[in-house]
Design a protein around this ligand. Structure first.
Ligand code: ZN
Length: 348
């Protein structure tokens, strides 16, 4: 008898397009969400779009968050309880969305994601990670009930946020390779469907690289759709595996040790060049990854990330310790090997 079962949770309404910010109210009422929303945002997105959003609800409170921390999550929970909020609407780049996602999970209510930048796949997925002291907590929560991505607003976000979103998608290539490796070596559960969807998403983004240009609203549209599709792959897998492998460990490690870390997507992009080399060697596909990143204007070197070479080497040699996730890093890359990889690929 076949007894296996999986629970796939997906966003129900996804709107991507010009001016869809004004459709948040409609998207919410279509979800039959009763009661009062709490708007979770940070100062800049609030100035940019807060009023337009609030105008769509009869009764809405707002909480403005600063840094990504557990304190901020507690603040949102408190504000939601004080306002008797029955669901959350997160407006902003990655931060308010990550925080609202965790607070919604704690409160046992749903949330709606309204990203103002296409900077990483957290805007769609049920995953969030929040730094605490020296570590990083990765939390699995439900994905948003709805994602409303207004390309007009996103196109006006700083351009590097869009290239970071692209690089986060390009890193799916190595994430899936790590996932397959873990299946072969550690019998980690693998989903063909999720793996293929994740790779196809990266493929389609790379194929559209010519249309990803500063000042072109279509760029935000392409990246948003790719981020949604990547989020769906994670929902199908029931884990972040389809979009997060060793390149993500490398980036999390840089977040911990670099004086001023780069954007998440930019760091995982550079990480992908390195881990692709580890997977397939000098004649492998690391050049294709580097060229794709270069084509969209994302960093491909430590210098472009604004991080010194030593820190990159330290991150590469210690990234495997970050979490219990088997990847090409195995039980660690030694320093000489790390220097060789980073030098050969031109990262340092
Ligand atoms: Zn990512």
């Amino acid at each position: 008898m076949f007894e296996k079962s999986t629970w796939i949770k997906l966003p129900r309404n996804v709107l991507v397009g010009h001016g869809v910010l004004d459709d948040v109210g409609t998207a919410v009422s279509e979800l039959s969400l009763a009661g009062t929303p709490l708007l979770v945002t940070s100062p800049t997105p609030n100035d940019l779009a807060g009023d337009r959003l609030r105008a769509q609800f009869d009764d809405v409170e707002t909480v403005t968050v600063g840094s990504a921390s557990f304190g901020a999550v507690a603040e949102i929970v408190e504000a939601a309880e004080a306002a008797d909020a029955t669901f959350l609407v997160a407006l902003g780049g990655g931060k308010p969305i990550d925080l609202a996602k965790m607070a919604a999970d704690e409160l046992g209510v749903g949330f709606v994601s309204v990203p103002t930048a296409a900077s990483h796949d957290g805007i769609v997925s049920g995953r969030s990670s929040i730094p605490e002291g020296d570590t990083r907590h990765s939390v699995a929560a439900d994905p948003p009930l709805a994602v409303i991505a207004d390309t007009e607003i996103m196109a006006n976000a700083p351009w590097e946020l869009t290239t970071a979103g692209c690089a986060d998608i390009i890193s799916n290539y190595t994430a899936v390779k790590d996932w397959r490796l873990a299946r072969r070596l550690k019998n980690v559960e693998y989903s063909e469907y999720a793996g293929a969807l994740s790779e196809m998403t990266a493929e389609m983004l790379v194929d559209s690289a010519d249309s990803i240009k500063q000042g072109l609203e279509e760029s935000s549209w392409i990246v948003s759709k790719a981020l949604v599709s990547s989020g769906v792959a994670m929902s199908i897998a029931g884990s972040s595996r389809p979009a997060s492998g060793a390149e993500h460990l490398f980036s999390h490690q840089l977040d911990r040790i670099a004086d001023s870390p780069g954007l998440h997507g930019h760091q995982v992009g550079v990480g992908s060049i390195l881990t692709e080399f580890l997977h397939t060697g000098e004649n492998g596909q690391w050049r294709a990854i580097r060229d794709a990143l270069e084509a969209i204007g994302a960093p491909t070197t430590a210098a472009e990330l604004g991080i010194d070479d030593e820190t990159v080497i330290e991150a590469l040699t210690t990234a495997h310790t970050i979490r219990d996730r088997y990847t090409i890093l195995g039980d660690g890359v030694n320093e000489d090997a790390a220097v060789e990889v980073a030098t050969f690929t031109g990262v340092i």
